[in-house]
Design a protein. Structure first.
Length: 158
């Protein structure tokens, strides 16, 4: 079974279901970095992303019509580094589909999308996946304290 990566907005009749699922997954995964955030605000932000022509753009990985993961190409992801843009953000693969190349497929899709939009660099931050990203061509810029967590800020030249 091969994975398909596409824009969330292109998921036809599955869009509402996927938006709800992604909001739950991402809220549970990153609430500690977003104190005070609510599931409802995240859901609204994801729904709003479907009607914009700019960033953020959410991409999903699916097996047939089963949602397996997602990643976002976003204008900003660290409010302390707003001068850096764009960002690979919210990369998430459901636990039962990890280790199958889905994260790599999502990363490459985001990189290709950023290149098509003529960006020169792309950024991300991670709490615990620095080596994973280094193996995929990302370079560590610095380690910083961000929202009470130590994170590695990384970049890749496009």
């Amino acid at each position: 079974m091969s994975v398909t990566v596409k824009a969330l907005r292109d998921c036809g009749g599955y869009v509402d279901e996927y938006v709800a699922q992604l909001a739950r997954w991402h809220h549970d995964e990153w609430l500690h970095l977003n104190p005070g955030a609510t599931l409802e605000k995240r859901l609204l932000r994801y729904q709003n992303s479907l009607t914009t022509t700019g960033l953020p753009e959410i991409f999903v990985a699916c097996f047939n019509n089963e949602l397996a993961g997602s990643a976002t190409l976003d204008k900003e992801d660290m409010d302390t580094r707003v001068h850096l843009t764009p960002w690979l953000a919210s990369l998430y693969v459901v636990p039962e589909h990890r280790g199958q190349g889905i994260a790599s497929a999502l990363i490459q899709y985001i990189i290709n999308e950023a290149r098509q939009r003529e960006f020169k660099n792309i950024y991300l931050f991670t709490e615990d996946q620095t080596e994973f990203y280094k193996k995929r061509g990302w370079r560590l810029l610095e380690t910083v304290e961000y929202r009470n967590a130590e994170v590695d800020l990384m970049t890749q030249r496009l």
